[in-house]
Design a binder for this molecule. Structure first.
Ligand code: HEM
Length: 397
């Protein structure tokens, strides 16, 4: 047992912000548990690392997605774990298919789904908002993006439940590994079906755009395509669902804020931006340094696993006045919650749209959210912080 701070300690997960503040003050670059990873807590240092992808490499963490028991997890082939020049080429190819027109094309469909999800929430009775509300709009967004039918939504949810645990599965845990093997085979086969169908008959959608995309005469290979679709599955569901759950918790904790947004729905985008800064889902981004480096006055040996704490950077008093206060009047938008530099979130505009639409529908129907039966539970991840359980009771006006 080491005396080091353990970031996965349930008490830390329940409220990591005082711990991040202490790190910023006294140990802005230091080693913590699990595993003696290096954490970087101050905004200036986090930005320095994100601006230098050759030294703070994403490719270096690819082996996290290539454990000995799973050598063919497609996320390991995605641009999330690539550095330039491979990342640059892939990003250019998918960028063209991921434009602003795609976001507006999806909005009416997302509103329809959000309306149905909100309409099916029980009135005056406790329900876990994570399962009953937050996950379904992101699933619909993903289904629409990739062209999977609505009948598959419950299956997509089961994939997202399994993949969320990927990096915490131990080599001896063969049962959970089997679940991953099954889910990957099933996901792959559905993705292959869509790819085949769009090859035969292209449509006005993302997958057809990806199949058409060319840069300097080169298109995406089958491995690139599968890696990108897996990246969308992992990147699009948990993030947006966690943000929606945090928004619902904020409404329960601050009923006057909920009433204000109901009265002035045009404030919802500002609310979302401040939620992203104050309580955003992305907490840490992993990198590996390709050389020995000095950051924040501390030497980090070559080949270390480094966690850039963007949730701490978003509350750094050196950059943001009174950072713990939730304040919708701050100048925005804040983009750091979506990363910075070459890996900046490709879905930032889409995420803002889907969360806005889901909240507009929720606020149009319900006037108050009060605590439900059972306790609130947080997940246990270094990368993504979100609610695993959020019992709430929704009340009509
Ligand atoms: C609130 C919701 C979201 C948050 C907070 C978020 C956050 C992030 C962050 C911090 C990164 C940078 C990762 C890194 O530097 O290693 C990222 C990358 C990415 N995100 Fe998001 N994301 C969200 C929603 C989405 C959605 C809805 C999609 C797609 C539909 C998406 C697709 C991606 C992709 C493809 C990348 C990788 C970009 C690259 O490697 O070049 N994200 N996201």
């Amino acid at each position: 047992m080491s005396n080091r701070l353990n970031l996965l300690d349930p008490e830390v997960r329940a409220n990591p912000y005082p711990v991040y503040a202490e790190l910023r003050r006294n140990a802005p670059v230091t080693q913590v548990d699990p595993g003696g990873i290096w954490v970087v807590a101050r905004q200036a240092d986090v930005l320095t690392a994100m601006k230098n992808p050759q030294l703070f490499s994403s490719e270096g963490i690819r082996r996290t997605y290539r454990p000995s028991w799973k050598s063919d997890y497609p996320l390991a082939d995605s641009m999330l774990v690539m550095d330039p020049p491979r990342h640059t080429r892939l990003r250019a190819l998918v960028n063209r298919a991921f434009g602003a027109s795609m976001v507006s094309r999806l909005e009416p469909r997302i509103r329809e789904v959000a309306h149905q999800v909100v309409a099916s929430l029980p009135v005056g009775r406790s329900v876990n908002f994570v399962d009953a509300f937050s996950i379904w709009v992101p699933i619909a967004v993903f289904g629409e993006l990739v062209g999977l039918p609505r009948s598959l939504h419950p299956i997509i949810k089961s994939w997202s439940d399994v993949y969320g645990e990927f990096t915490s599965i131990r080599p001896e845990d063969t049962q959970r590994q089997q679940e991953i093997h099954r889910a990957v085979a099933e996901t792959r086969s559905h993705f292959n079906e869509v790819l085949e169908a769009r090859r035969r008959e292209p449509r006005d959608d993302l997958v057809s755009d990806l199949l058409r995309a060319q840069v300097d005469g080169e298109s995406l290979s089958d491995t690139d395509l599968m890696g990108f679709l897996f990246l969308l599955l992992i990147g699009a569901l948990e993030t947006a669902a966690h943000l929606l759950s945090s928004c619902a918790l904020m409404f329960q904790e601050q009923p006057e804020l909920m009433a204000r947004l109901r009265a002035q729905p045009t404030l919802i985008p500002r609310f979302i931006d401040e939620m992203l800064r104050h309580s955003g889902p992305a907490h840490g981004l992993f990198r590996m340094n390709t050389d020995e480096v000095e950051l924040g006055g501390v030497r980090i040996p070559q080949g270390s696993r480094i966690l850039l704490l963007i949730a701490s950077a978003n509350r750094d008093e050196a950059a943001i006045p009174d950072p713990d206060r939730f304040d919708m009047e701050r100048p925005g938008p804040q983009n750091l919650p979506f990363g910075h530099g070459i890996h900046f979130c490709l879905g930032a505009q889409l995420a803002r749209m889907e969360v806005r639409v889901a909240l507009e529908e929720l606020l149009a129907r319900f006037a108050r959210l009060t605590p439900g039966e059972g306790s609130i539970e947080w997940n246990a991840s270094l990368v993504m912080r979100g609610l695993a359980q959020l019992p709430l009771v929704a009340h009509l006006p």
